[in-house]
Design a protein around this ligand. Structure first.
Ligand SMILES: Cc1ncc(COP(=O)(O)O)c(C=O)c1O
Length: 371
């Protein structure tokens, strides 16, 4: 069964997917819609987008935030803001957009293999991959687990490279008492409906170099500065007011969302510890409870458990699979054994604020019976 069928079956049986969109109080959302109607301002850096930018900067503890239409375009704008060219060293273990956004912008992904315990890019492999054509390092804080940011910073300085973090999973992740988003030249976020914090579709750039903020703002708006000046080659990457309204509502509920997710994650951990491999967490970071990945002994074992869960209408995700060094459109061919190995054995279990206790118990029971 594919994703569409899975979500559109006409059946009375409840389906438990890997995640479920958090919908805030409808009346509160309606109040914002009334405001949008009263303003008659629906897009183009409207008042709600501006309000959400300010609130998110405060909430996350970052200096400069630019809201955009989605997390993929946030990556593309980051590359163009920093003027990346030629080769970019990145991880093969991520969502496909991390790599495809490089390719669609004329950049060649050079894969540095991952640490099989943290699932993040291995800094020693980055060093091995640098050539005179390398312009940047693109790391991903996989499942919200921070990369080895100091080591990456040091390698980048020594080799005069830019650093971008795809922080799509790292909303509100603290590293050494501050936001992990403050590392690198630019970090990007995804606010897709499946994410911990969302704006239906949406994303953001966290820009640590103050002098690049204006350029990014031009780039998301066709390169336009004002009615007489178009200094950059831009695109249309704007967030609209209805999306910002959703973000303002969801942001109010973050504490309660995180608390519920924390309880679910801790239950999974307590019940499954010793039976299955977990992601090794960065000691200096506080988790954001966005995902619960587990690694099986073998792909066969994964498939057995997946089948047993699917039979009860429970649909975990093989996230991330396949490893991105296997993508057919990447030339020259590359080979990252650790990433391929983890990708073949990893599954993300259902994880969302209103996952019911009985469903959680059922998932754990099926897991224990089949591993
Ligand atoms: C690691 C990562 N990068 C980029 C994206 C793309 O974000 P979006 O779906 O908002 O375009 C996603 C998720 O969807 C992701 O998980």
């Amino acid at each position: 069964m594919n994703w569409y069928e899975n979500n559109n079956m006409h059946t009375n049986q409840k389906i438990i997917n890997v995640t479920k969109t958090y919908l805030p109080d409808k009346e509160k959302y309606k109040q914002y819609i009334d405001e949008i109607y009263a303003n008659n301002w629906v897009t183009n850096n409207g008042p709600l987008v501006q309000r959400l930018e300010k609130r998110l900067a405060d909430y996350l503890g970052v200096k400069n935030i630019v809201l955009v239409a989605n997390g993929t375009v946030a990556l593309e704008i980051a590359y163009r803001t920093l003027g990346l060219k030629d080769f970019v060293i990145t991880t093969p273990f991520s969502f496909v957009a991390t790599t495809s956004s490089l390719v669609t912008n004329g950049l060649l992904p050079i894969f540095a293999d991952i640490n099989p315990h943290t699932f993040n890019i291995d800094p020693s492999k980055i060093e091995d991959s640098i050539t005179k054509n390398t312009s940047a390092i693109l790391g991903v804080h996989v499942f919200g687990n921070p990369c080895e940011v100091e080591k990456i910073e040091q390698i980048a300085k020594q080799n005069n490279l830019k650093v971008v973090y795809d922080a799509a999973h790292a909303f509100d992740v603290q590293y050494k008492e501050q936001s992990v988003l403050n590392y690198g030249n630019i970090s990007t976020l995804s606010f897709h409906a499946t994410k911990l914090f969302h704006t239906i579709e949406g994303g953001a750039l966290i820009i640590n170099d103050d002098d690049l903020v204006q350029k990014a703002r031009y780039l998301i708006n066709f390169g336009i500065e004002n009615s007489e000046s178009i200094p950059e080659l831009g695109t249309n990457a704007k967030m609209n007011e209805f999306e910002a309204a959703m973000g303002l509502c969801v942001l109010d509920d973050m504490e309660q969302i995180q608390q519920k997710r924390k309880t679910i994650l801790e239950t999974y951990q307590t019940e499954l510890r010793g039976l299955i491999q977990f992601q090794e967490q960065n000691d200096n970071a506080a988790q954001n409870y966005s995902y619960f990945p587990i690694v099986f002994k073998s792909e066969e074992q994964l498939k057995k458990v997946q089948k047993a869960l699917n039979e009860q209408q429970i649909f975990p995700r093989r996230y991330f699979y396949p490893s991105l060094d296997t993508l057919s459109y990447i030339e020259p061919k590359q080979y990252c054994p650790s990433s391929r190995n983890i990708a073949s054995r990893i599954l993300c279990l259902p994880m969302y604020a209103d996952l019911e206790e009985n469903d959680l118990k059922l998932i754990i029971k099926i897991m224990k019976e089949n591993i």
